[in-house]
Design a protein around this ligand. Structure first.
Ligand SMILES: *[C@@H]1O[C@H](CO)[C@@H](O)[C@H](O)[C@H]1NC(C)=O
Ligand SMILES: *[C@@H]1O[C@H](CO)[C@@H](O)[C@H](O)[C@H]1NC(C)=O
Ligand SMILES: *[C@@H]1O[C@H](CO)[C@@H](O)[C@H](O)[C@H]1NC(C)=O
Ligand SMILES: *[C@@H]1O[C@H](CO)[C@@H](O)[C@H](O)[C@H]1NC(C)=O
Ligand SMILES: *[C@@H]1O[C@H](CO)[C@@H](O)[C@H](O)[C@H]1NC(C)=O
Ligand SMILES: *[C@@H]1O[C@H](CO)[C@@H](O)[C@H](O)[C@H]1NC(C)=O
Length: 559
């Protein structure tokens, strides 16, 4: 029984027909099997109909920074396919289908994070919430529980396959007429943001819209840069106690919070903070912290503060720390200052982009040795694994030590990363004119206080695209042109905003708050609140300049 209907009936009528079915009607293996895309949509693959599994989920609640909290019903469809002629090849895809009455002719692909190609249930609900079929895939490693470099390196092609199959599955399941449009979208953050850009750069008409957060592009530099804090500490031979780092961060955030015109525990103007805050003013301030068992992530000393952006900066676990008393030292400030200045080679040339003022110092975290009572190096997990696995090609999750590693070593590792993986992982192709021509819209956002992927990395990519597409034009001439299809902000957002832009032509000007996320301005404008509490988006050249860097340690162009 073929479910694909090719008739002359209008799309609107077909949608009514499909809507007469219930979610449980479409959530059977036989219905899903009959709705599988024909292999001709993706030459070179064979779908295994016997692999189809369906599970009905009712009344499940999801919440995240990336979509509004919602309770949804969906049908989870999983199937597998293989690439013809490739031995032992099996890729699994998962699609969540909304109820036929909730389906709005939309498809959404979602991406991974860290070293993973999918985020489990992290983003996939966002599609169902907006009436879309929503998909993830395992990248071809054979299981959704496995993530490895092998999977990860295949991700660009795998995402293309996920989207092609998902769009056709949506048409077939809901019997959408061939002349009726199924809008397609992408949503992902971090590694998933990088995966999203890889798709827009390569497959211009694959998505009508994309909501991309904090993309881990420029991979050669990005992963190795996680080790910069460690190497700064090793070079300056000072390993700040955790409480000292927290104290400096807290003093900086408290001083810089009001610079945007509003005291709300959020540093919305890291540029003004950088221009005005004197780090040396923290020297000799007394600090004190209770012992912490670790694991909780969020340091106890910050709990009393109404500190939304701080809380977002402590996602992972932390190691146990002892009770600490002391005063901020000149050595501690020197480490933090070098950390915020970013990575330079030993000749003083800039290697990579710095962090923004107002962050906490995750990549400068140190470890406490309770037997010696001293603080020492704590090698960054992502940085250590990135070098061990991708550059030294070891099956290892970190480096044993950083003995002998200098600023120049980090630059050499970045060069090796680019040499080896430029085509798959650098993801900085700046000529996205084909995506523009195909009518796509991309909303690119990056939290100003991101302490894992420098937000200046996103500014640099936006600026590189702007200069590639509109060479010789200043901001005021080129930004309005780029605004037609590519807008960049420095907070997070939801998929719904890009859907309204694509389907209703409602282009976002400022971004409205979602949950903890504040309304902010579109690059290159910067936010400033008036005494009356109104947001003004201002053009401030000195602030803009604080985001743009000359990476003069490189002779090749780093986009
Ligand atoms: C959905 O879940 C909520 C909370 O668990 C419950 O109160 C409600 O009755 C459920 N609704 C349905 C239709 O099952
Ligand atoms: C902070 O102190 C260091 C070390 O004494 C000094 O080199 C630096 O210039 C000072 N910074 C400012 C802004 O005064
Ligand atoms: C830190 O100082 C407080 C208050 O003076 C004191 O109660 C506490 O025992 C001290 N903790 C350590 C680890 O020295
Ligand atoms: C890599 O190491 C892990 C953990 O030690 C092990 O389970 C796995 O089999 C190893 N993989 C390969 C390809 O050697
Ligand atoms: C760009 O426009 C803003 C106002 O929108 C103005 O303040 C600024 O001076 C202009 N910059 C240039 C380089 O013309
Ligand atoms: C860049 O090229 C110049 C001239 O060829 C050379 O002198 C310099 O050492 C190169 N710099 C780097 C960082 O490779």
């Amino acid at each position: 029984m073929a479910v694909t209907v090719r008739t002359l009936v209008t799309g609107a009528l077909l949608t009514v027909v499909a809507a007469t079915k219930s979610l449980s009607d479409i959530c059977t293996t036989s219905y899903a099997r009959a709705a599988l895309p024909d292999s001709s949509v993706l030459p070179g693959i064979t779908i295994d109909p016997s692999s189809v599994e369906t599970t009905l989920a009712s009344n499940v609640s999801y919440s995240s920074d990336w979509y509004p909290t919602a309770t949804i019903d969906y049908c989870n469809v999983i199937f597998a396919y293989s690439h013809n002629g490739v031995a032992n090849d099996k890729v699994h895809v998962t699609y969540w289908l909304p109820s036929p009455s909730a389906f709005k002719n939309r498809y959404v692909s979602t991406g991974g994070g860290g070293l993973a190609i999918h985020s489990g249930t992290g983003y996939i609900p966002s599609g169902v919430i907006v009436g879309a079929v929503s998909g993830i895939m395992d990248g071809g490693f054979g299981s959704f529980n496995t993530n490895s470099d092998a999977v990860f390196l295949k991700s660009e092609g795998a995402h293309h396959e996920l989207a092609v199959l998902g769009k056709q599955l949506a048409r077939n399941v809901y019997q959408v007429a061939s002349k009726q449009k199924v809008y397609s979208y992408y949503q992902g953050c971090s590694e998933g943001g990088r995966e999203g850009w890889s798709q827009l750069q390569r497959y211009a008409d694959q998505f009508d819209g994309a909501a991309i957060g904090a993309p881990a592009i420029r991979y050669g530099q990005q992963q190795v840069n996680h080790l910069a804090g460690n190497v700064i500490e090793q070079t300056l031979d000072y390993y700040p106690p955790s409480c000292e780092l927290d104290e400096i961060a807290e003093l900086m955030i408290a001083a810089c919070d009001p610079l945007d015109g509003r005291t709300d525990s959020i540093v919305s103007r890291s540029d003004l903070c950088k221009l005005q805050f004197d780090m040396n003013s923290t020297i000799s301030t007394a600090y004190s912290c209770e012992a912490s068992g670790g694991g909780g992530g969020f340091p106890s000393r910050f709990r009393s503060r109404r500190s939304k952006n701080l809380r977002r900066q402590f996602p992972g676990s932390s190691s146990p720390t002892p009770a600490q008393n002391g005063t901020v030292t000149a050595e501690g400030v020197a480490v933090v200052q070098a950390f915020l200045d970013g990575l330079f080679d030993t000749k003083g040339r800039r290697v990579y982009l710095p962090w923004r003022y107002g962050i906490t110092f995750a990549d400068a975290a140190t470890a406490y040795d309770s037997t010696t009572g001293t603080w020492s190096l704590s090698i960054s997990g992502l940085g250590g694994e990135g070098v061990a696995r991708f550059l030294e090609l070891k099956n290892a999750t970190t480096l044993d030590s950083l003995d002998g590693v200098t600023y120049d070593t980090l630059k050499e590792w970045m060069q090796l990363g680019m040499d080896r993986y430029y085509n798959v992982l650098q993801t900085t192709n700046t000529d996205i004119s084909a995506f523009c021509k195909a009518g796509g819209k991309v909303l690119h956002v990056h939290g100003e206080q991101d302490n894992s992927i420098p937000p200046a990395a996103s500014v640099r990519y936006y600026e590189s695209v702007r200069k590639t597409l509109y060479p010789g034009l200043g901001f005021n001439q080129s930004v309005p042109k780029l605004d037609d299809f590519y807008r960049f902000y420095l907070p997070q957002t939801t998929l719904q905003i890009v859907i309204d832009w694509v389907e209703k032509g409602l282009a976002p000007d400022t971004l409205a708050a979602t949950g903890d996320i504040e309304t902010l301005c579109r690059w290159p404008l910067r936010p400033k609140w008036t005494a009356e509490g109104d947001l003004k988006c201002e053009y401030d050249q000195a602030s803009i300049d604080s985001w743009v860097y000359d990476l003069d340690a490189w002779n090749v162009t780093i986009f």
